[in-house]
Design a protein around this ligand. Structure first.
Ligand code: SF4
Ligand code: SF4
Length: 114
């Protein structure tokens, strides 16, 4: 199993299962032709998380804005995002938990690799 698949499985189990746009079992029900940025930008999200290391969330958020939001079609030229303001972007909504899940999975992976 590649590490990215492993990370995504952990995300489905811990984030999607709790997401208000999910079915409570890890399946996505976002619908309406919308796509979740957590799914569509997953490699860039991992990159953003790997580019920061801190006990506070701000440096991770800066990386997220730079690597994902900056190129997201929902973000306006002035850096604002209506989905973010409406708490309608699952990626932004659950970002602190997403960082935790990825870092924990990476640690587990490293320990496993010995
Ligand atoms: S909207 Fe995103 S976080 Fe929520 S269930 Fe779907 S893929 Fe997972
Ligand atoms: S917060 Fe907005 S700009 Fe950033 S990923 Fe979500 S929808 Fe895109």
């Amino acid at each position: 199993m590649t590490t990215e698949v492993e990370y995504w499985e952990a995300i489905e189990k811990r984030i999607c299962a709790k997401c208000v746009d999910g079915d409570g079992l890890g399946e996505c029900r976002i619908g309406d032709g919308r796509e979740c940025a957590l799914r569509t930008s997953f490699p860039q999200i991992i990159e953003a998380i790997n580019a920061a290391f801190s006990s506070s969330i701000e440096p991770y958020e800066e990386q997220l804005r730079e690597k994902v939001c900056r190129v997201c079609t929902h973000q306006s030229g002035d850096g604002s995002c209506r989905l973010r303001d409406d708490v309608a972007c699952a990626l932004d909504r659950y970002f602190p938990m997403i960082v935790e899940v990825i870092e924990e999975t990476q640690l587990k992976h490293r320990l496993h690799m010995g």
